[in-house]
Each structure stands twice: as structure tokens, then as C-alpha cells.
Design a protein around this ligand. Structure first.
Ligand code: GDP
Ligand code: MG
Length: 596
């Protein structure tokens, strides 16, 4: 297809505002999927399968559309909706010239709508504002059309009104995509340059790489080169998703499609990288490529120590399909052998732990999430600390922590409670905007370390679920941070060390010592539990001594019962961890970490 007849677009929306349903109607109305093959959430079905690692998701679909006598190719490019994946979102947006800004006509603008809109504007996309679900009795399109027009500029009358459910207004939307979104531009005679906006591992076909052709042309059987690593591969297959993968004789300027080279690891085909031709390579890569950088770290430990090898194999497997997952072996006094893992954010952490348990059947304990600290010692040496137990001993010059710019949308009656929460999380208010008479956007800078700890749940519960929240990284900033250690009879329990703000150190210390006192059984001797900053004790609890004699309980009882008890005690011993002289059941550590 010549570039004049191509339109590349994405749909940006807050979760549940109807992106998948609208995509279904587009697939149907354009005939990309026949009525007979149609089923609800057509593209999402592949999403679930991809999650299980068994098939290729259609990251981009080609929709044929007749407009004023010509056939156009509309390429709909899917974007991950969540903040953890900002980089992936930005690369998907960079593959488009336009975006449908889809907003639920009964809900209005939400935090994810805004975050994605800002990214779209940074990429100079043409924005088509659309209100969805106008069939709902609760829809208030007049009100939200004004809200949208105020936000992006323009006339409320230009805000399109559709229903992904009934199909109303969807044809008109397709026509507007053709009329308003600019055709892709590029040099057809220049050396090939294609931008990778997604790469997916498929058990049968290896890595499937989704690209947007910017300049030149790629054809099957050519040798291609990845510009970031200079690695070369043979192009075994090239094609478009319409929506099933359909091989073609090549891709040229403005086209969107997939490549298969037989590589088995997504790290060989990185999002944001530029693909060129080995024989006549481009001299300059497309802008915007960066390596994914983990933001949140956590230790993953098998509850049953014999699962360690399985855990390593599972992580190796997940890494094939997720280039942003990082991990290295780690040992802990309290938890044994495990892995220190790096994630893009909290959702990413949840997805990975969920997959480890669901797909690999692993029972894991996750240590409290930590962020990346830059610790400068008194001698001026700077260390990167992602694990509190690696925090340097002795005098510290300064510590810097990662900050984020957070945007919170809430009905105005919750402004007070939201501000209170942000205050306790060391937030600094940057500004407050009324999006409409009822809804307010609050902008804060906040330490990421305060957000990874239960912020989202707190926000939701304090606003009855009405607030929405999004954030973007905003650099490192110095803060008065200290490391708090938890000691059992003078020995440090590594899994419980935490880096916290000095003002919160005492609260952390008392919570953890109290929790452990309740969870650790009495020993033959008294056991002090202390919280300390360096050598200074800030909190203390005691576990009183007890003579432990399980047999005393069954005096006169029959011998087999006694034997059973002895065996049970031996069994219990295996799951005990020794911290110095203190025996602690592993369950106590797990319970203390998970806070129950
Ligand atoms: P997504 O999270 O943005 O992909 O949203 P979905 O497409 O999954 O839709 C979320 C929910 O809204 C589902 O229960 C849909 O059935 C419903 N929905 C989507 N579009 C419409 C619409 O136009 N009208 C009505 N009444 N419901 C819709
Ligand atoms: Mg969806």
C-alpha cells in the first residue's frame, strides 16, 4: 500500500472505557473479521494466550476501509495501558501518526487517559476525541464533550459520540481517521529503517517482532541488522496481521507488520531498536531507543527450599518473553536461597509473581519492594543500592531516592483526604486543576519508595474507589534516609532491613518488633527483638523464656502418641531457621513480611 493510503493510529483510554469493545466493532465493520468468526474481545483473547506463552498477540491489526472510492489500510496499534510500561507505550505511540482518545461518556477523563494523552502529544500525534458508551442511560455526553474539548482545545461539537457496544458512530469514526490523521512520511529510496514497537515470544515460531517501517523496504530472505547491537539475522518471514498473521512480499514506507528471524529470546529484538538491511545499512538509528531499567526490586524466595532450581528455570523462561525482567541469585538468613529481581513497577512485579505461581506452580514469598537508592559515602564514593541489606556500614554522606511526578484525579469532595494521604507519603503539591466542576486533578512530586508501599490501595479505599492515579519518573532527589535493621538477640535478620525516611524509622521499628514478638515462639532463653539505626537501638520487645518440653504434656499417655509428637517436632525443625541461637519457624518470617 502506498503511504498516501495508510493511516497508523492507536486507541488511548483508561481501563474499562471500552477500548477492546471498540476494536471489536472496527474489526467487524471493516470486514477484517467475518461475523461468523467474530467473538467478544477478539484481540484480548490473544492477550490471554500470550500471557500463557502459547500464541502471538496481534499487536497491530490492519483494517481495510473504503473512503471516497479508495481503499485505505488503517493500522491499529495496541498500546499497553499501564504506567509501568511507559516506555513500551511511548514506542507504540511513536509508530503512529494519530490517536483516538476514548473516554467513557458516563465517567469522564481519568488518570490513565491523561497520562497517555500527554505521551501522545509529546509524539506529535493528531488526537481524535471520542466519547464511548453513549447508549448507556447514565451517559452524559454534553458534559464530557465539554470536558474533553477544554482539555485538548477545540469545539465540543467535534467530539465524536460512539457506542462500541451497538456500533453507533463507529463508521463515522473510521472516516474521520482517514480524513484527519496525516499519511505516514518517509523516504522509499533510503536504506531500510524499521522501528520495533513490540516483540513477543512464541513457543512455536520464536520471537515475533512488530515493526513500523519508516524508510526504505524490507523483503523476505534478506539479512537484517539490529542497529543497537549490530547483530544480524535472516528474515525468515515478514507480513501483516489482518488480524491473523499473513506473510507478504515485504514492507515499505509507513507500513506496519511483523518479522520472524528464528531468534529465541526477546532481548535479541528490543523494543525501540531500529532494524536495517545488512547489505546497505542505514547510518543513523531512529531516535528514542533506551534499555528498559528496573525501578522496583524485590527478593523472591521459594517457600519450599527444594523449589529453588524450578524457580531459576521459571525465571529463565519468563525472561525469554520479557526483556525488562532482571534477576540474580541472593541468599538470606531468614529466607534461604532466592533471587533478587528487578521490575519496571509494582504491576510488573505482580504480573511476574502471579505467573510464577499460576504457570509454574511455585509458592513464593516476596520481600518488601525497594527502589534504587544512590548512597554517597563520606569519602565521596557513590553506590547504587537496590537491596537494603547492601546498604553501606558506617558514616554516610548523602542518599538520593527516585522521585515521580504523580497525577491523581478525584471528585472534589475527596480532595482533602487525597492531600492528607500524599502529605503522609512525603508528597509536594505541584498544582491542582479543575477538569470540570466536580473533578479535580492533583499533581504531586513524591518519592517512588512511598508509592510502592501500598499507596494505590490506600488511595482507592479512602476515595471509595473514585480516584485514579498515574505517575512518571522524575529523577533522583536527596533525602534524609536511614537504614533500619531488625535484630534477634543481637543478630541482624536481613530480610527485614528497610531504607526509610528518618521520621518514619521509629514507626517501622516498633511495627516490626511487635509483629515478630507475636509470631516467634518462646525459646529456652529470653530473646530481645530490637530495631536499630546503625548501633543505636530505637525500639525493643522481648520474647520471654520458656522451658520447651512437648512430652510433658502427655504424661502417662500412650507411647505411640509420644513418638508421633517427637516426629512432629523433628519435622518442624526442618522448617526452622537459625538466627544466631534463636530458632524461628520460617512461617513467622513470612507472616511478618506479608503483614498478617
Ligand atoms: P477496555 O478495558 O478499555 O478494553 O474496556 P472493554 O472493552 O473491556 O469494556 C469494559 C466494559 O464496558 C465491558 O463490560 C464492556 O462490555 C463495556 N462497554 C464497552 N463499550 C461499551 C459501550 O459502548 N456501551 C456499553 N453499554 N458498554 C460498553
Ligand atoms: Mg481491554
Amino acid at each position: 500500500t502506498p503511504p498516501e493510503r495508510i493511516r497508523n493510529f492507536c486507541i488511548i483510554a483508561h481501563i474499562d472505557h471500552g477500548k477492546s469493545t471498540l476494536a471489536d466493532r472496527m474489526l467487524q465493520l471493516t470486514g477484517a473479521v467475518s461475523d461468523r468468526d467474530m467473538r467478544a474481545q477478539y484481540l484480548d483473547r490473544m492477550d490471554i494466550e500470550r500471557e500463557r506463552g502459547i500464541t502471538v498477540k496481534s499487536q497491530a491489526v490492519r483494517l481495510p476501509w473504503q473512503h471516497e472510492g479508495d481503499t485505505f489500510a488503517l493500522n491499529m496499534i495496541d498500546t499497553p495501558g499501564h504506567v509501568d510500561f511507559t516506555y513500551e507505550v511511548s514506542r507504540s505511540l511513536a509508530a503512529c501518526e494519530g490517536a483516538v482518545l476514548l473516554v467513557d461518556a458516563a465517567q469522564g477523563i481519568e488518570a490513565q487517559t491523561l497520562a497517555n494523552l500527554y505521551l501522545a502529544l509529546e509524539n506529535d500525534l493528531t488526537i481524535i476525541p471520542v466519547l464511548n458508551k453513549i447508549d448507556l442511560p447514565a451517559a452524559d455526553p454534553d458534559r464530557f464533550a465539554k470536558e474533553l474539548a477544554d482539555l485538548i482545545g477545540g469545539d465540543p461539537a467535534d467530539v465524536l459520540r460512539v457506542s462500541g457496544k451497538t456500533g453507533q458512530g463507529v463508521e463515522e469514526l473510521l472516516d474521520r481517521l482517514v480524513a484527519e490523521i496525516p499519511a505516514p512520511q518517509g523516504d522509499p529510496d533510503a536504506p531500510a529503517r524499521a522501528m520495533i514497537f513490540d516483540s513477543v515470544y512464541d513457543a512455536y515460531r520464536g520471537v515475533v517482532t512488530y515493526v513500523r517501517m519508516v524508510d526504505g523496504r524490507l523483503s523476505p530472505r534478506e539479512r537484517i541488522q539490529m542497529m543497537s547491537t549490530r547483530a544480524t539475522h535472516e528474515l525468515l518471514e515478514i507480513g501483516v496481521s489482518s488480524p491473523e498473521p499473513t506473510p507478504s512480499n515485504g514492507l515499505s514506507v509507513g507500513e506496519v507488520g511483523y518479522l520472524i528471524t528464528g531468534v529465541k529470546d526477546v532481548r535479541q529484538s528490543k523494543v525501540g531498536d531500529t532494524v536495517t538491511n545488512q547489505r546497505t545499512p542505514a547510518s543513523q538509528a531512529l531516535p528514542g531507543y533506551t534499555d528498559p531499567k528496573p525501578m522496583v526490586f524485590s527478593g523472591l524466595y521459594p517457600i519450599d527450599a527444594s523449589d529453588y532450581t524450578d524457580l531459576r528455570e521459571a525465571l529463565d523462561k519468563l525472561k525469554l518473553s520479557d526483556a525488562s525482567l532482571a534477576y540474580e541469585p541472593e541468599t538470606s538468613v531468614a529466607l534461604g536461597f532466592g533471587f533478587r529481581c528487578g521490575f519496571l513497577g509494582l504491576l510488573h512485579l505482580e504480573i511476574i509473581t502471579e505467573r510464577l505461581s499460576r504457570e509454574f506452580g511455585l509458592d513464593l514469598i516476596t520481600t518488601a519492594p525497594s527502589v534504587v537508592y544512590e548512597v554517597t559515602t563520606e569519602t565521596g564514593e557513590t553506590l547504587i543500592v537496590t537491596n537494603p541489606s547492601e546498604y553501606p556500614e558506617g558514616k554516610i554522606g548523602s542518599v538520593a531516592e527516585p522521585m515521580v511526578k504523580a497525577s491523581i484525579l478525584a471528585p472534589k469532595e475527596y480532595v482533602g483526604t487525597v492531600m492528607e494521604l500524599c502529605q503522609t507519603r512525603r508528597g509536594t503539591l505541584l498544582g491542582m486543576d479543575y477538569l470540570s466542576e466536580e473533578r479535580v486533578e492533583l499533581k504531586y512530586t513524591m518519592p517512588l519508595g512511598e508509592i510502592v508501599f501500598d499507596f494505590f490501595d490506600q488511595l482507592k479505599s479512602r476515595t471509595q474507589g473514585y480516584a485514579s492515579f498515574d505517575y512518571e519518573p522524575a529523577g533522583q532527589q536527596e533525602a534524609d534516609l536511614v537504614k533500619v535493621d531488625i535484630l534477634l538477640q543481637g543478630d541482624r535478620v536481613d530480610a527485614f532491613s528497610a531504607i526509610v525516611h528518618r521520621e518514619k524509622a521509629y514507626a517501622y521499628g516498633t511495627t516490626m518488633t511487635e509483629r515478630l514478638r507475636k509470631l516467634i515462639p518462646r525459646q529456652q532463653f529470653e530473646v530481645p527483638i530490637q530495631a536499630a539505626i546503625g548501633a543505636r537501638i530505637i525500639a525493643r520487645e522481648n520474647i520471654r523464656a520458656m522451658r520447651k518440653d512437648v512430652l510433658a504434656k502427655c504424661y502417662g499417655g500412650d507411647i505411640s502418641r509420644k513418638r508421633k509428637l517427637l516426629e512432629k517436632q523433628k519435622e518442624g525443625k526442618k522448617r526452622m531457621k537459625m538466627v544466631g541461637r534463636v530458632e524461628v519457624p520460617q512461617e513467622a518470617f513470612i507472616a511478618a513480611l506479608s503483614g498478617d
